[in-house]
Design a protein around this ligand. Structure first.
Ligand code: ADP
Length: 492
């Protein structure tokens, strides 16, 4: 590990957009307030961004409502909606380097990840949903009697979308893609830590030619701008990605207007390594499954169960890999781990590391802040972890790996399922039957076999239990943005 933080080897991108987008116009907030977005690698202010609250949300919802009700968007020929989404995807591709750099600047993720993971997935997602726009249709249904019965999938209306900071552009694409394909209009609130790429994407959407009011973006804080969006009677649905505690507040706030809700929330995903696995592949997969994106993934493999007979060998190999990670300047191509997104996350994670030590787990790698500038934390590994320790039950959302040991199949299934979460799981084995038995037994929305974090716009993603409601991606996500209408006509 441990190259010192080098001076920037990359010129930070120009910050083009810090205002909010309402009704096709860029504007300051009604209050005139702004908030600072911080570079987590240097702790310095990148830019001041317009801070929206209830007044701005109200304007944005009115504009989205008007755009929806004017019919120009929802009734545009579906294939032409798809063409506009394709145009946006192409514009993102044309501005690939700038967007990747902006994401790394605002979020702190290594530029190599922004270029190899985030941007390609974002562009692919928009192409995928562009293809769906003219393929959203109902059925004809043979009901009793001399009747003609059919269904239509109509756009749900105005979608309020609230996203987190761990994959700012990808979360934007996952939300915009299906909503736009379905013919909804959007009011998005990006995370206060990382508003810049969403604003730039919105700017490119305007360049692509989306009609005014179809996409509105209001940056601001959760309890003000976010809560106002959730409570607004002009919003038909809230799609939220973030912490389950925030989802509980949103569910309560949405009760008054009975909004449709879809949630993609946290996890404490089991990653299960059997003794018959290709151990080197499992070690590499476990490293990726936990440390990727600084451990800031809702599906992180944060309960790593390793079969007793290979536990010691696995731990030795894992320590070597963790110590080989390169922390430092996110703009250095060699960097594999950047800073945590902000001071609050940084302190929360260090608190969990302290708790792990206090509760008797063995810290066998890392365990400290890295450097003295920026929110960097050493890749940390705990062994001797028991199921009831805080590091094994709570979502840490940082580079903290917990290795637990198990004896047999039934035991590991039981322990894997003893959590209120159910977002993802993985299993490493060469035994095909065992792999499928695990895949069917673990209560999680996604199960990876001999791989981790394999995402695709076409593959549904979401949680069982307290990890979510509904699915992102794939055909499944279109249901989040449509209402099903039944039309029955008498032929008598
Ligand atoms: P984190 O703690 O990781 O930032 P959150 O769930 O708090 O995760 O944040 C995810 C998103 O939810 C952010 O855009 C945030 O501003 C927003 N948010 C936070 N609190 C609320 C709330 N009470 N109502 C609506 N949105 C909220």
């Amino acid at each position: 590990m441990a190259t010192a933080i080098e001076p920037a080897t990359y010129t930070a991108p120009e910050i083009r957009q810090t205002q909010m987008l309402i009704g096709g116009e860029w504007r300051d907030s009604v209050s005139g307030k702004t908030f600072a977005t911080i570079n987590p690698a240097t702790e310095k202010v990148i830019a001041e961004v317009a801070e929206g609250d209830a007044a701005d949300i109200d304007l944005a919802v009115k504009s989205a409502r008007a755009a929806f009700e004017s019919g120009t968007w929802a009734t545009l020929d579906a294939r032409d909606r798809g063409k506009l989404i394709t145009k946006l995807a192409n514009l993102l591709e044309d501005n690939f380097d700038e967007l990747a750099a902006l994401e790394s600047l605002d979020n702190g993720k290594p530029i190599s990840d922004s270029c190899a993971a985030d941007l390609p997935l974002v562009i692919d997602c928009l192409h995928y949903y562009a293809g769906w726009a003219d393929k959203i249709h109902g059925d004809t249904i043979p009901i009793r009697g001399n009747n003609f019965c059919y269904t239509r999938r109509e756009p749900l209306g105005v979608a309020g979308q609230i996203i987190p900071w761990n994959f700012p552009m990808l979360m934007t694409a996952w939300k915009w893609g299906p909503a736009l394909a379905a013919g909804c209009t959007i009011v998005m609130k990006p995370a206060e830590q990382t508003p810049l790429t969403c604003l730039r994407m919105a700017e490119l959407a305007m360049e692509a030619g989306f009609p005014p009011g179809v996409i509105n973006v209001v940056p601001g804080y959760g309890p003000t701008a976010g809560a106002a969006l959730v409570k607004h009677p002009g919003v038909d649905k809230i799609a939220f990605t973030g912490e389950h505690r925030t989802a509980q507040i949103i569910m309560a706030d949405a009760a008054q207007t009975l909004k449709r809700l879809t949630f993609e929330l946290g996890g404490k995903s089991p990653n299960i390594v059997f003794a018959d696995a290709d151990l080197d592949a499992a070690v590499a997969g476990a490293e990726f499954g936990l440390f990727f994106n600084q451990g800031q993934c809702c599906c992180a493999g944060s309960r790593l169960f390793v079969e007793e007979s290979v536990h010691e060998e696995f731990v030795d190999k894992m320590i070597e890999r963790a110590n080989g990670r390169v922390l430092g300047n996110p703009f250095d191509a060699k960097t594999t781990q950047g800073p945590q997104v902000d001071r609050a996350q940084f302190e929360k994670i260090l608190g969990y590391i302290d708790k792990g030590k206090e509760q008797g787990a063995a810290c066998v790698a890392g365990g400290n802040r890295f450097g003295d500038k920026g929110y960097f934390i050493e890749p940390t590994i705990f062994t001797g972890v028991t199921d009831d320790m805080a590091i094994a039950t709570d979502e840490i959302f940082g580079p903290v790996m917990n290795i637990l040991s198990f004896k047999d199949f039934d035991e590991v299934v039981d322990r894997a399922n003893r959590t209120n979460f159910g977002l993802a799981a993985a299993v490493w084995t060469k035994d095909v039957s065992k792999a499928h038995r695990i895949a069917h037994s673990v209560r999680a929305g996604t199960v990876w076999v001999n791989c981790y974090d394999v995402f695709d716009a076409a593959a549904p993603f979401g949680g069982f239990k307290m990890s979510g409601i509904g699915r992102e991606c794939g055909e499944a996500a279109l249901a989040n943005y449509t209402e099903l209408k039944t039309v029955t006509m008498s032929l008598g």
